[in-house]
Write a protein that binds this ligand. Structure first.
Ligand code: NAD
Ligand code: UDP
Length: 318
């Protein structure tokens, strides 16, 4: 039976809405009183992530691959569809590039026909293995165009190019956000990304797999903070296009992350060192001064708090 929540003011399309970030965004925007059209091909997203939303009034799911055109009527578009974990985006690299590039063209075409705003979930990967730290939006990056990560990095870079060309050529209202590493409940246990890997390994007592010497750094943002930042970005005035960095500037090494997770789970897991994957960036730390100024936003959830919430989710799941 459908629950009677108040009916939304906007009808919002979220591509990749059954994925990790997308499902949280669907939930938040639905709770804010909007109608949601969640589009996903279930490549890395799952029905489980949106099961609780399916019976709710104002939520609609459409099984669709965005590399094919989509004809729907909506007031706003968030384009999140694309696998984000290295093992998933490298599984079928051609499809990853198609999703980023053909998918962007299809969603931009839809936004153009409807005359609506469109948000692009871009990534810190557009900076590649950065030689500047922290990374400001003005940095053009250091990206290998032919390596195993290129399908994702270059696909997302090309998508940014398309967004800005649609903006210049067709006056489209665009919002391009460069998202840094996000973690939280609803990451897949076999997702392959570092936070979920380490938590699942720690909870099951298996060795924690550090790739390389563990001195590479990342800066992790809890999903609730990121969702807030995405919505604020969409609601900036029409002149604002981005790109805008969204993430938590608290930088830690992967080895420190492993130790933190072992301590928080009181795990008996040992640490195992494996070869570092090709082109794995040595550092990542967002310069978020633009987000602070334009959005009046900064991350609120500290790493230990966010990790504890994520650990609680995986404990329940496993
Ligand atoms: P995810 O893999 O959990 O979600 C991606 C979703 O897109 C999945 O539900 C998947 O089934 C769907 N999808 C993939 N290809 C599709 C296609 N061709 N058509 C329709 N649906 C398709 O990943 P996520 O972490 O939720 O990431 C969401 C977006 O945010 C991605 O675009 C990703 O590049 C971007 N991003 C995420 C992070 C992060 O740390 N989570 C960081 C930077 C950027
Ligand atoms: N990583 C690791 N062990 C794992 C998974 C990842 O040491 O089991 C490392 C990985 O090599 C990278 C960092 O953790 O240096 C972050 O990896 P992730 O795949 O989460 O994201 P990305 O590399 O895209 O930032």
């Amino acid at each position: 039976m459908k629950s009677e929540i108040s009916y939304g003011s906007k009808r919002i399309l979220i591509t990749g809405g059954a994925g990790f970030l997308g499902s949280h965004l669907c939930e938040r925007l639905l709770n804010d009183g909007n109608e949601i059209l969640c589009v996903d091909n279930y490549f890395t997203g799952t029905r489980n992530n949106i099961e609780h939303l399916l019976p709710q009034y104002g939520f609609e799911f459409l099984h669709h691959d965005i590399t094919f055109p989509l004809y729907v009527e909506v007031d706003e578009i968030y384009n999140l569809a694309c696998p984000a974990s290295p093992i998933h985006y490298q599984y079928d690299p051609v499809q990853t590039t198609k999703t980023s590039v053909h998918g962007a063209i299809n969603m931009l075409g839809l936004a153009k026909r409807l005359g609506v705003k469109i948000f692009q979930a871009s990534t810190s990967e557009v900076y590649g293995d950065p030689v500047v730290s922290p990374q400001p939006e003005s940095y053009w990056g250091n990206v290998n165009p032919i390596g195993p990560r290129s399908c994702y990095d270059e696909g997302k870079r090309c998508a940014e190019t398309l967004f800005f060309d649609y903006h210049r050529q067709h006056k489209l209202k665009i919002k391009v956000a460069r998202i840094f590493n996000v973690y939280g409940p609803r990451m897949l246990p076999d997702d392959g990304r570092v936070v979920s890997n380490f938590i699942v390994q720690a909870l099951s007592g298996s060795p924690i797999t550090i790739f390389g010497d563990g001195n590479q750094t990342r800066s992790f943002c809890f999903v609730d903070d990121l969702v807030e930042a995405m919505i604020r970005t969409m609601n900036t005035d029409d002149q604002f296009t981005g790109p805008i960095n969204l993430g938590n500037p608290h930088e830690i090494t992967i080895k420190e992350l492993a130790e933190r997770i072992i301590a928080l789970t009181s795990s008996s897991s040992t640490i195992e060192f494996h070869p570092k994957p090709e082109d794995d960036p040595m550092s990542r730390k967002p310069d978020i001064r633009l987000a602070e100024t334009v959005l009046g936003w900064g991350p609120q959830v500290e790493l230990t708090t966010g990790l504890s919430r994520t650990i609680a989710y995986f404990k329940e799941l496993i």
